[in-house]
Write a protein that binds this ligand. Structure first.
Ligand SMILES: [Ca+2]
Ligand SMILES: [Ca+2]
Length: 271
C-alpha cells in the first residue's frame, strides 16, 4: 500500500504546480481508497480504476485549470466558445465524441438489446427503476407519463412499429441540441431516476445508491465505482440531485471531452 501511495504521489507531483495542495490530495486519495475498497497495491495500480483518478487530479490541478477552477455551467461555456469563434454556422452535435456518447445512451435505452429503441424498452426501464429502486406507485405513474410525453414529442406515436435506430437517435438529438426550446427539455426524466434510487430520501446519492442507478441501467457495480469516483468532484461520497441532473443533462449538451459528465451513463461504447 505504501509503495502504491508513493507511486501515486510521484505521478501527482509532476502534475501539480502548487505543492501545498498535496495534503488535500492525500485526503482525497484516502476517500477514493475507501470507496474502491482497495485490497492490495498491485491489484489497484494495475486496474483501470487508477487511471480515471489520476486523470481527474490532472484536470483539477493542471496549471491551466488551477487559476480558473470555478466549474461554470457547460451550456454557457459552449455558448461562449461558439461566440468567440464568431462562426454562426457552427452547429452542436457534430463531433465524433458527441456521437459516441449518444451511441452509448442508445445502447442503454435499448433495454432488450435488439438494436432499436422502442417504447417497450422505455417501459422496461421504468419497471426496473420502480422495482429495483423505490418509486411509490404515484411517482412511478408520473415517471411513465413523462416518458410517454417525451417519446411522443421526440419520436412520434407509441406503437410496436415505431423503432428508433441509432442513426435516427443521433439525428433527433442533433436537431434538439440546435433548437433552444427543445434543448431546455432534454432529459426531463432525470429527477425521477434520482428519486427512484435515493432510497433513504436524503437528497443525495452515495456510492451504493449510484450502484443501484447503474444496475437499473443494466450496468455493473464496477462501472458505477469508476464513474462515481470521477463525478463526485469534491470526494465527499455524495451527489446531490442538482449535481445529478446537471451532469446527466450536460452529457447530452457538451462536446467537451474534458467534462466529467461523460462518465455519467457509464463507459462509452467503442468508436
Ligand atoms: Ca430495443
Ligand atoms: Ca460530492
Amino acid at each position: 500500500m505504501a509503495l502504491y501511495r508513493l507511486n501515486l504521489l510521484k505521478s501527482f507531483h509532476k502534475l501539480i504546480p502548487n505543492k501545498h495542495v498535496i495534503p488535500t490530495l492525500i485526503d482525497k486519495i484516502t476517500v477514493i481508497e475507501a470507496k474502491l475498497q482497495v485490497q492490495s497495491s498491485e491489484s489497484f495500480m494495475t486496474s483501470a480504476h487508477a487511471f480515471p483518478i489520476v486523470r481527474i487530479v490532472e484536470r483539477q490541478y493542471s496549471k491551466k485549470s488551477y487559476s480558473n477552477r470555478q466549474d461554470s455551467d457547460s451550456d454557457s461555456d459552449d455558448e461562449v466558445d461558439r461566440r468567440k469563434k464568431g462562426n454562426k454556422h457552427v452547429e452542436r452535435g457534430d463531433s465524433m465524441f458527441w456521437r459516441r456518447k449518444m451511441r452509448t445512451l442508445h445502447n442503454i435505452l435499448d433495454v432488450n438489446k435488439d438494436g432499436v429503441i422502442s417504447f417497450d424498452d422505455l417501459k422496461l426501464l421504468a419497471t426496473k427503476f420502480t422495482d429495483l429502486g423505490h418509486l411509490s406507485p404515484e411517482m412511478s405513474q408520473e415517471f411513465l407519463n413523462v416518458m410517454k410525453e417525451s417519446w411522443e414529442e421526440q419520436f412520434g406515436e407509441i406503437t410496436a412499429y415505431n423503432l428508433v435506430t441509432v442513426e435516427q437517435f443521433l439525428t433527433d438529438y442533433h436537431h434538439r441540441l440546435n433548437d433552444p426550446d427543445l434543448t431546455k427539455k432534454v432529459a426531463r426524466f432525470l429527477p425521477y431516476l434520482f428519486k427512484a434510487v435515493d432510497t433513504d430520501h436524503s437528497g443525495f446519492l452515495d456510492l451504493s445508491q449510484y450502484k443501484l442507478f447503474f444496475r437499473c441501467l443494466g450496468l455493473s457495480d464496477d462501472d458505477a465505482v469508476v464513474s462515481f469516483a470521477v463525478i463526485d468532484k469534491n470526494g465527499d461520497g455524495k451527489l446531490s440531485m442538482k449535481e445529478f441532473v446537471k451532469l446527466g443533462r450536460e452529457y447530452f449538451l457538451t462536446e467537451d471531452e474534458k467534462k466529467i459528465s461523460k462518465m455519467f451513463w457509464g463507459p462509452l461504447v467503442e468508436n
